[in-house]
Design a protein around this ligand. Sequence first.
Ligand code: FES
Length: 139
Amino acid sequence: MTTAPTPLPADPRHWHDVPHAPLPGTVLGHAHTLADGSVTMAETPDTPGRDGMGVFRYLLLRSGSDVRAYVNRCAHFGVPLAARQDLLKFQPHVRVSCNVHYAHYRWSDGLCTAGDCEGESLLAIPVVIDVDGTIRIAA
Ligand code: FES
């Protein structure tokens, strides 16, 4: 007997509620490939998640030895912050912006500090970094 997956919420409050959220332990990238002060748009290949196979879009932000990961999903309309890496707007170490209606998200915690979704946040993904720089979703 198989168990049907739990329905996903339309307005996710946690990274793991987003469709195709990968499982803990999934590799998101490598710290040594991220320039200091950069924001990198990335996505998983078709990987197994809680709700089956699919692509999951995320952002990696590096500030010194600190690496943060957020779901690439604007809190305003639920769309990616940019369609392509070269269109992504950010101020290194300070903020990343949505280029649809220009909401500003604080680098350190993803809080929207200006824009149509002020007070809401990007969905943070907990990560751990292995000694070789591999970035994984924390358990
Ligand atoms: S969709 Fe991002 S600010 Fe409106």
